[in-house]
Design a protein around this ligand. Sequence first.
Ligand code: SF4
Length: 366
Amino acid sequence: MATAERLAVPAGHPALLWESLPGGRARCGVCLRRCEIADGKRGWCGTRVNRKGRVFSLIYGQVASLAVSPIEKKPLFHFYPGSRWLSLGSLGCNFRCPGCQNWDIAHALGSGSRGAPGTVKLQETGFLAPRQVVTLACEQRCLGISWTYNEPTLWLEYVLEGARAAREVGLLTNLVTNGSITPEALDLVGPWLDSFRVDLKGFTPKLYRRLAHLTDFSGILSATSRAAHRWGAWVEVVTNVTPGFNDDEEQLSGIASWIHDELGPQTPWHVTRFVPHLRLAHLEATPVSTLERAREIGLAAGLSYVYLGNVSGHGAENTHCAACGELLIRRVGPAIVEFRLSGGRCPGCGAAVPGRFGAARAGNPG
Ligand code: SF4
């Protein structure tokens, strides 16, 4: 954050996608909650406020986390492996996952199920204009900008301007998202979207209610399909397998089958290890055997690329050719230690590997 100016709590930036309601209320149309916000109140996420019937974003340009990291950390394994990405996030989330690893920023602004503001930490952010982000990405020799750490949908106005400016200079745009985005919000950013790394936490309304306080998760599925099919974004799916929550057959096979049927068998699925945290600190880390079973479920559903995550050194971090089994990319955690693809093709049988491939190198940035 050395280049960011520090700001006091901002007045707010005019928000997109809201409609006026009677009595000075307004409805936000950015994420699937579609909050109805009373005058003077914030939406569920705490990042959008109704001021005299008009909605403003409180986090436009307010950067809480900023780093250069490899695409493997998102994780994306079939999208320019080894590339460097300027990665940034702000405060707030539209979920309240009890085991959130980024809770200090994601839960920093109000909890909004009652619309009540919580701990406001905007003074701990720094402001970067969209073009400053782009300049920084160029200076850092990044392939693109990854909107990550907290839910990028929440600072849609900023992502949109940043993504447009990025495209002008040839940088790519990646969203790391929980998928709770309305079709109209996705369609705003869609023309500038290159990859969409989405969490599918489970496959039943009960699970989504329990983990994310979201009553209907079908919009996450349709947003993911829309990103892939309408906007042509490269999509990879992550499921953080959490003991007692989504480690059962119903959740895992539901996700795997949906990926296969809706996104296609060549879509990568990352089943990652839950690490005890926050309000789930009492749980055990996910046994590796559970992750291996999840992978078997994915393969049995017909998926060609199912990866284990947060188990550094496990063989299922590697990419093998789906046609002949040849080792294509060997990884240890986020680092590529062997890269054998040539022009996006298997060196053994010549089969094209799904994804987008360019220059990659071993020992990518940590
Ligand atoms: S972005 Fe925030 S205010 Fe808007 S619908 Fe989602 S939770 Fe509600």
